[in-house]
Design a protein around this ligand. Structure first.
Ligand SMILES: [Zn+2]
Length: 196
């Protein structure tokens, strides 16, 4: 039921694009999730944040943390629905996420991490490290979309509103290239190569 709600939200907001895309891996595929079409739609964002909040409502969450850019919007709304505070992480000087602007995580605070789309999972793992370094205890992670087909690398409970696995091909074996389908560009991105 909630998966159906998520599919409808992605489709209605125009976040689930069909075409011919070049992913960051360099591989080609016909589907693309554009998180900003969800995040620019307060009704869709609130509904999906509600799914994440519902999943972790009984987990005694004390703080919600999210990274720039989409994770901040989600952390705010999930925290609002859970009745707790939110903190926002930014890119560090070298790599990984850091808490700036006086954000503090009390020792042992039960933290729920949220983010928009999981593509490789590296960003989520970096968020876990960021919160643990700050003294928090990560109790789970919730995201809008999981593009890995079922992300299982975290040691804590993981929830995705939508789980998908798009077929992808090396450019040399791409059926869309073979058919002469022009490359698509998600709105707001450069035409080629498209960024994912
Ligand atoms: Zn192609």
């Amino acid at each position: 039921m909630s998966e159906q709600l998520a599919i409808e939200a992605f489709e209605r907001s125009g976040a689930w694009l069909k075409g011919h895309f070049v992913y960051t891996s360099g591989r080609h595929g016909a589907d693309y999730l554009e998180k900003f079409r969800i995040l620019e739609d307060p009704v869709a964002t609130t509904a999906l944040a509600g799914l994440i909040a519902a999943r972790f409502r009984d987990s005694e969450v004390e703080l919600v943390a999210g990274p720039t850019t989409g994770g901040i919007i989600l952390a705010f709304e999930v925290a609002r629905q859970l009745g707790v505070q939110a903190v926002y992480a930014e890119r560090g000087p070298t790599d990984g996420w850091v808490l700036r602007r006086g954000f503090a995580v009390g020792s042992g605070t039960r933290v729920l991490i949220v983010d928009d789309i999981v593509t490789t999972g590296g960003s989520l793992e970096e968020m876990v490290a960021c919160i643990e370094t700050a003294g928090g205890s990560v109790i789970g992670a919730g995201v809008l979309g999981d593009r890995t087909g079922g992300f299982r690398r975290l040691a804590v409970p993981f929830y995705a509103c939508l789980t998908v696995e798009f077929p992808s091909y090396p450019a040399s074996a791409c059926p869309l290239c073979r058919a002469g389908t022009p490359l698509s560009a998600p709105r707001g991105s450069k035409p080629s190569p498209a960024a994912v």
